[in-house]
Design a protein around this ligand. Structure first.
Ligand code: CP
Ligand code: NVA
Length: 301
């Protein structure tokens, strides 16, 4: 049974598929104007230590559409009171907690001390809500059978990439990371995929090799939130990894372009690619809402 959504590690493939199927159903209901107040009278607390557009708006609007209420807390966890005490207070008032934190351990601590479900809305290590929406989008564009789908992540082996790697633990996708040396993502996670993953992961420092013949070219910012001091060094290291028309030309002719957003146009991706016919970035953004509603209903319903 799903009790928290901190990562894909705690879920089975069937539970992940059930979330995706429910997201499809909720998307249909919302588009058809069918009432779906599955969380009537329920309240969600949303802790944000970092900025957000998509995650914050989609959780709040999603709770409203489900008949519930979301309360936003923009705060630095552990500063005014301990993280366990924040959890012990919140669970007297709300039926679920969403948290976007710097330290991944903080969402784990919240979950350990809260009796209500905790949802990871991005940490320095993982961003599972993003990948759930990406996979809903992938199923819409490439079909529901994910076996052998080739996904090239070009750029930083960051939180978004790590969640793709966790997904490859459970599903038989062919994941590739094309990154500069030193930016290979979480080593333990890569080892786990190689050791016992249903999917595979290849790390290369050659962007051309990474995207050759793939179905999906994915990228994210080169400098994540909290790394702003490293921006100059990162921009230099990642310059050869820009997703532009030349790189897209090496992918499968039907390949789609994905990005979690926000994008730094002109750095990790060029305008012609992100605004081009193969880009599905706003489908991904829309699907953040439907997939997170599925998570909320599953955990809090
Ligand atoms: N993709 C994503 O999580 O966007 P926000 O940072 O705007 O929430
Ligand atoms: N890797 C980015 C993702 C933003 C949604 C960051 O952590 O800033």
């Amino acid at each position: 049974m799903v009790t928290d959504f901190l990562s894909f590690a705690g879920l089975s493939p069937d539970e992940i598929t059930a979330l995706l199927d429910l997201a499809d159903e909720l998307k249909r209901k919302q588009r058809q104007g069918v009432e779906h107040h599955y969380l009537k009278g329920k309240t969600l607390a949303m802790i944000f230590e970092k900025a957000s557009l998509r995650t914050r708006v989609t959780f709040e609007v999603g709770m409203f559409q489900l008949g519930g209420l979301a309360v936003l807390l923009e705060t630095e966890l552990g500063k005014r009171e301990s993280v366990p005490d924040v959890a012990r207070n919140l669970d007297r008032w709300v039926q679920g907690i969403v948290a976007r934190t710097f330290r991944h351990d903080d969402v784990v601590t919240l979950a350990a001390h809260a009796s209500v479900p905790v949802i990871n809305a991005l940490t320095d290590k993982l961003h599972p809500c993003q990948i759930l929406a990406d996979v809903q989008t992938l199923r819409e564009h490439k079909g529901r059978n994910l076996a052998g789908v080739k996904v090239a992540f070009v750029g930083d082996g960051n939180n978004v990439f790590n969640s793709w790697a966790e997904f490859a633990l459970h599903f038989p996708i062919d994941l590739r990371l094309a990154c500069p040396p030193g930016y290979e993502g979480d080593a333990a996670l890569l080892a786990a995929v190689r050791d016992r993953g249903k999917g595979s992961v290849l790390v290369t420092h050659d962007p051309g090799e990474g995207v050759k013949g793939v179905d999906v070219v994915y990228t994210d910012v080169w400098t994540s939130m909290g790394q702003e001091g490293e921006a100059a060094e990162r921009n230099a290291a990642f310059a050869p990894y820009q997703v532009n028309a030349n790189l897209m030309a090496l992918a499968d002719p039907d390949a789609i372009f994905m990005h979690c957003l926000p994008a730094k146009r002109g750095l990790e991706v060029t305008d012609d690619v992100i605004d081009g016919p193969r880009s599905v970035v706003f489908d991904e953004a829309e699907n953040r809402m439907h997939t997170q509603k599925a998570v909320l209903v599953t955990l809090m319903g």
